[in-house]
Design a protein around this ligand. Structure first.
Ligand code: HEC
Ligand code: HEC
Length: 173
């Protein structure tokens, strides 16, 4: 068995076990699904951003690539996708560019961050290491939407990796 495949399998199993553990602990979760009617104030569910929750960072880590620390540590949890979009309400992941096939919607928390440890099918790599990828939309107040024309895959789901301090289309979300 090739080395890279072993590592992949290990990480996948690790992700899976954390996901299942969280499921047991919270009896909630769901594949990055919002509209659960909860959230709003306080710490919220571990590993899943919610409106009003304050589990994430309010310091200089905000706006930097969450995946630097939340794939193999030292950050808590293995994030499937994460980023910072201060002022936004939700971040949506669609299976089509027309945005009719919604697969996941993440709530932006009290610090402007969004993240999930729960699997999203179109961001889950297959045996060859490919994922279908997602067409992403940032939802602003007043139902104003901002679409990214390019597709995000499991390797580019750490949004702040590109959307950081650089000006232009890759500016902070
Ligand atoms: C430089 C490393 C680093 C970066 C970058 C980082 N984190 Fe963390 N994160 C940590 C560490 C370490 C912890 C453990 C608690 C602490 O130190 O605050 C943590 C804990 C968390 C937690 C609490 C655990 C949970 O799942 O509820 C959340 C949420 C979180 N980080 C979200 C984020 C988000 C979102 C980003 C990107 C905007 C991010 N982190 C970027 C290191 C990092
Ligand atoms: C590999 C770099 C890269 C990553 C990672 C990335 N983006 Fe983008 N994004 C771009 C570029 C380049 C553009 C401008 C061209 C376009 O729309 O495809 C853009 C544009 C956007 C826009 C439209 C412009 C705006 O600011 O309103 C949104 C919204 C957006 N991205 C959201 C996201 C989200 C959410 C993620 C993470 C799930 C993400 N991006 C990850 C490179 C990236």
């Amino acid at each position: 068995m090739p080395m890279s495949f072993q590592i992949f399998t290990y990480r996948y199993l690790l992700m899976l076990s954390i996901f299942m553990l969280l499921h047991v602990l919270t009896a909630c979760g769901g594949g990055g699904d919002s509209h659960l009617g909860n959230g709003g104030g306080g710490s919220g569910v571990v590993g899943l951003s919610q409106h009003g929750s304050t589990n994430s960072h309010n310091d200089s880590r905000r706006g930097t690539d969450c995946m630097d620390c939340h794939t193999s540590g030292p950050g808590t949890g293995v994030f499937v996708t994460a980023g910072t979009a201060i002022g936004a309400i939700d971040v949506e992941y669609y299976a089509d560019s027309a945005r009719t096939d919604l697969r996941a919607s993440l709530e932006v928390d009290a610090y402007g961050n969004f993240y999930t440890v729960n699997a999203i099918d179109i961001l889950t790599p297959d045996m060859n290491g490919f994922s279908q990828g997602a067409d992403v939309t940032v939802v602003m107040p007043g139902e104003v939407t901002r679409d990214m024309s390019g597709i995000v895959s499991h390797t580019t789901a750490g949004c702040n990796d590109c959307h950081n301090s650089i000006a232009g289309p890759r500016s902070p979300l």
